[in-house]
Design a protein around this ligand. Structure first.
Ligand code: PMP
Length: 297
């Protein structure tokens, strides 16, 4: 059966899910999105994703034509309609159809679509063995130009960075900000481990406030591990005992090489493996809890 896409109030077959070429999401990247996952039939951290979507919308003065509760229900319904137990869900809100100029006030109202499909970002062997990374020459957008806290459709910075990784024969790139501090991956947050201490850069350096990042911090603290939010440079990545990336699409993936330097002994380290285990349990265990109606206003 063709996948069912939610588009502006109805479910349509994949081939009928079409938007105008005058949509400002397409013309200018003027819109916002969320990547969400469902595990074993339950949508993970849905309230958090919905909240971030509405924060992004507020920041760019975009009116979403649904309440947060309605939107959460539409996400769940999209998963159900596609008979998926585990899925990657893409929720997109564009500024809508307007004229060719930049002026967003020519647009006739936001367009909303939701896709739910299977997606694995890396092959299963890479999740076991770890990925190879490079630091990208392209720096993350400055927070005072396009704040990375807003999950906008304007992902060209991230795409260029991903292309640089692939051109260098790596699986993923590690991104620095314009001051040279490590920020995140092309579409994931980053953690390093040294002498048992887990460090992740503060998001104000230019990272998205990742929902997986927050989950990993909570789980690490629950395990009694030390977690710091502190800036670091690529030197700290090179000499770390362990490095891993987190994101909804990527989930949690170990990094075993950066710029030709082997991380630790070149295999995923014990803290990464332990966190990965509890993360997998948590995504299955907390699915229902992750959609508390009362958490959505
Ligand atoms: N950083 C960027 C730039 C991203 O696009 C993503 C994925 N959406 C993340 C980090 C990870 O965020 P999350 O864990 O909320 O998916």
């Amino acid at each position: 059966m063709a996948s069912q896409i939610f588009l502006d109030g109805e479910f349509v077959d994949r081939e009928n899910a079409k938007l105008s070429v005058f949509d400002h999401g397409l013309l200018y990247g003027d819109g916002i999105f969320e990547g969400i996952r469902a595990y074993d039939g339950n949508v993970f951290k849905l309230a958090e994703h919905i909240r971030r979507l509405y924060d992004s919308a507020k920041s760019i003065l975009l009116d979403i034509p649904y309440s947060q509760v309605e939107m959460a229900e539409l996400v769940c319904e999209t998963v159900r309609r596609n008979h998926l137990s585990s899925a990657y869900i893409r929720l997109v809100v564009t500024r809508g159809t307007g004229d060719l100029g930049l002026n967003p006030y020519t647009c006739h109202g936001a367009r909303v679509f939701i896709i739910a499909e299977q997606l694995a970002m890396f092959s299963s062997s890479l999740y076991e063995e770890g990925i190879k990374t490079v630091t990208s020459p392209t720096r993350r957008n400055r927070t005072d130009a396009l704040n990375p806290k807003i999950k906008t459709l304007n992902y060209l910075n991230n795409i260029l960075i991903k292309m640089e990784a692939l051109a260098a024969g790596a699986n993923e790139a590690i991104v620095l900000n314009s001051e040279g501090y490590v920020v995140e991956g092309s579409g994931e947050n980053i953690f390093i481990v040294r002498d048992g201490v887990i460090t992740t850069p503060p998001c104000y350096l230019g990272a998205l406030e990742g929902i997986t990042r927050a989950t990993i911090i909570d789980l690490a603290l629950e395990l009694g591990l030390t977690v710091r939010e502190q800036s670091f440079t690529r030197h700290d990545v090179y000499v770390a005992d362990e490095v891993f990336l987190t994101g909804t699409a990527a989930e949690m993936v170990p990094v075993v090489e950066c710029d030709d330097r082997t991380i630790g002994d070149g295999t995923p380290g014990p803290i990464t493996k332990r966190l990965h285990q509890v993360f997998q349990l948590c995504t299955r265990r907390d699915g229902m809890k992750a959609y508390p109606q009362e958490a959505i206003s």
